[in-house]
Design a protein around this ligand. Sequence first.
Ligand code: IVH
Length: 668
Amino acid sequence: MPAETASDSIKERIEELRKEIRRHDTLYYVLNTPEIADREYDELFRELQKLERTYGLATPDSPTQRVGEAPRDEFTKVRHLAPLLSLDTLLEEDEIRRFLERTEKALGRSPMYVVEPKFDGVSVEIVYENGRYVRGGTRGDGLVGEDVTENLRTIGALPLVLREDHPVPEVLSVRGEVIMPLKNFQQLNKGLVERGKEPFANPRNAAAGSLRQLDPRITASRPLDLFCYDILFLRGNPEESHFEEFERLTQWGLRTDPHRELCESEEGIIDFYRTMAEERDELPYEVDGIVIKVDRRLDRETLGTRTRSPRWAVAYKFEPRQEETVIEDIAVSVGRTGVLTPVALLRPVDVGGVTISRATLHNFGEVRRKDIRKRDTVRIARAGDVIPEVVERVPNAEEQRSAPFEMPRNCPVCRGEVVVRGAYHVCTNELSCPAQLKGAIRHFASRDALDIAGLGEKTVEALVEKGFVKDVADLFRLEKKDLLSLEGFAEKSARNLLRALEHSKRSTLERFLYALGIPGVGTRIAKVLAEELGGLDRLKKASKEELIEIREIGPEISEAVEGFFSNRKNLDVLERLEDMGLTFEKGAIDARTELQDKTFVFTGGLERLTRSEAKERVEALGGRVTSSVSSTTDYVVVGREPGSKAEKAVELGLSVLNEEQFLELLRR
Ligand code: IVH
């Protein structure tokens, strides 16, 4: 079908949508602070897809052409045996019929469909060779993901050897979803909160955070589960039907979900959808919709795929879960950038297995538009990934309403002046405001920044309250006696934090730039700036005209970067950081996080290098080689004809590497 010609206003809308979607991608993937519900995101995405298709305007850099996020640099990458595609989402029941009509038209007859639950977890590829588990990776950008072989190995539901009830193929690549059951999620969060750590927002984030750990032992300590739902690649005789494929998966010992059905019509599909929607509250894990797939392989081939998603399958999501509760109070929180956010403090309510006691009200405009006041009964929603939000007020004829909500004129934390910038109220006190200072320090220490273990929320709070830390440079002046004066600190924890701070002084420029928290500079932009400018001195001198020449850097970011590096106070902090010995080396950070202080034991002969070479390489990266295996050994490298140390390692549940994996680890 020839594309229609697009008017300027359509082209403008396309650009606007791309910009908006990219912004939400950054909020979601990079900053972990989504602003809109999945459903709203899907709507934007679909509008863009539709315009691009109608007018033939898709470009390779459009967000519609991406499958997912790029794999993180810290992980070794794995190329998938077949692309891990995404699914288009239907938003209304009517669209099911349209999907069926389209497939039927393309095939010239009506095929069978398989309907199954859509799990809300992390998509992975799992590869078996001759029935043995050899490798696993996250979806990444669909073609290349992160190597999480060892992490997946720790999941009990993943068979390391396939059962041979049915002949096992030479190579088998299976796609599945790693999930965290609701009960385990609640337990994990409870433990995190007790230890003063940030809980996960939902089971999906918990699963992702637990799987994407550089140290598989952390994954092993997290209760993860797995469901398999697709054969991506099989060398041998593939099944002709997806429904039968499920039987194979089960025979090989791979876990599948029993809720699946073969349907031949719209009624069957809608029935399944309704049943699942009713049952989902009883399920021990999160299901966020259903997936409708054409059953037969040959039909799928006829239908084909687009860049990002197949034409033979779609997802149809459930309505976000909603419950009613009462707003006990409206608090105002102050973030790292000084933005004041009204937050509804709720009478705790269980929404699909997760207890909710706070919900964001976004900004003042939202509160007024929805006319939300203290003591109101409201409906709140928890839509997958987003922080719970107040959907609407539930009017009640008898109620005596409180006065309309007002934003404070002074910052609730530091009493500083509050100004209005666009839709937001902002405290102007910058780092003199304890809330902004705490936010800045936590960001500085966060995982993608300098990754300083032991600087959790409680500690940062105490350090700021006690006046030990007035800016990030002060962190490096902390002494043991300061830490010992804080509640909860003992000799060992103080020593660990000081050591972590010391380690963090050797970092990479990109991490450091991200750590500074310059508006608009997320991990991706920090990387670009570090690559293009190479050093802090050049960055300090760069003008906004120079910066804007760099790929991906627009006027707002170049202005923010120039502004940051011409601010006296910031330059002073940078100078003190440098005086304290902060250095940036390419690659140093990876070596530090991976092998520093790790102990290795070798058993059996190595092929590619001698024992003493192996020892040298480990030591060069800050690790140690010892001769006997104990529970404190970090890695046991097993070569040809290994001795009893290998068995002992397995007994103790240590990380066991073969030579290839060991070399991989050195290369990281
Ligand atoms: S099939 C081409 N089946 O939903 C087939 N996906 O965007 C694509 N998901 O990232 C996948 N449950 O992680 C399929 N039963 C299921 C699924 C499922 C969850 C996830 C998958 C994918 C996302 C769709």
